[in-house]
Design a protein around this ligand. Structure first.
Ligand code: B12
Length: 207
């Protein structure tokens, strides 16, 4: 069933994908497994776009199908949750509008029991600082796929330093091109390559 969900997403088949998600939920499928299937489908869409097999409308529609599917799955995820394991602020950094991967990470963190405040896309450094203060979050997760996002990540870390709250948060970064060099450049605390690593980092920093 997971294979067919990934297939419908990667074929940008809205009706097929939503029907298959509903069918899987009715059959009692593991909601986390379904999110993973959606993620796999979106990765294929990204690759097909890069290979010029898909174009902009395919990307936009597939992101929409992904979001609708997650909306169907989310109530099932919340049903399994206990008390919050901690508070996380997440967003796509300033100048960057890519949010498919960020949304998957936010969903997986919620599934793992964290309270997640998602600030959306193109988030100014000060918004991360203000929201972390307001929510008492001690983990801030920055997502970015563009090379220019590295500077925004660096600026966001600097904004915490300027506000005098750098020591009260751990800052993790992720997104397509993020690696050890980017981590050092930004001065964040850790980076992750996928949602499982994001959850593992949350477990480490919010234990
Ligand atoms: C979809 C897409 C778009 C969509 C975005 C839709 C949306 N709602 O997100 C649209 C069409 C809007 C778009 C626009 C642009 N895009 Co674009 N886009 C892509 C594409 C094809 C796929 C990205 C994606 O969604 N991948 C699937 C998800 C699931 O993977 P992911 O994002 O990497 O996320 C995973 C991990 O990275 C990780 N993760 C993500 N965030 C975080 C955070 C933390 C804390 C952690 C631990 C982990 C983590 O977990 C996620 C789940 O597995 C990529 C190419 C590619 N194959 O990556 C280009 C790509 C990222 N885009 C690119 C470009 C250049 C642009 C534009 C500038 C194009 C233009 N000329 O207008 C604009 C950017 C506008 C802006 N200001 O941001 C370039 C970036 C190049 C660069 N190095 O800067 C890429 C690499 C394409 C290319 N090869 O040229 N894009």
């Amino acid at each position: 069933m997971s294979d067919s969900i990934a297939g419908f997403i990667s074929d940008v088949d809205e009706d097929g994908a939503l029907a298959e998600v509903r069918k899987a939920l009715d059959a009692g499928a593991d909601p986390l497994g379904l999110v993973e299937a959606l993620r796999a489908g979106m990765s294929t869409v990204g690759n097909r776009f890069e290979a010029r097999e898909y174009f902009l409308p395919d990307l936009i529609l597939s992101a929409e199908i992904f979001n609708q599917s997650v909306a169907l799955i989310e109530p099932h995820l919340k049903g399994t949750g206990g008390p919050s394991k901690g508070s996380v602020v997440i967003g796509t950094v300033q100048g960057d509008v890519h949010d498919i991967g960020k949304n998957i990470v936010a969903t997986m963190l919620r599934c793992a029991g964290y309270e997640v405040r998602d600030l959306g896309i193109d988030v100014a450094p000060g918004s991360f600082v203000d929201t972390a203060k307001e929510t008492g979050a001690s983990l801030v997760a920055l997502s970015g796929l563009l090379t220019v996002a590295f500077d925004s990540m660096k600026d966001t870390v600097a904004a915490f330093v300027e506000a005098g709250t750098r020591d009260s948060v751990k800052i993790i970064i992720g997104g397509g091109p993020v690696n050890e060099t980017v981590l050092e450049y930004c001065g964040a605390d850790a980076y992750g390559k996928d949602p499982s690593e994001a959850v593992a980092l949350a477990e480490r920093f919010l234990a």
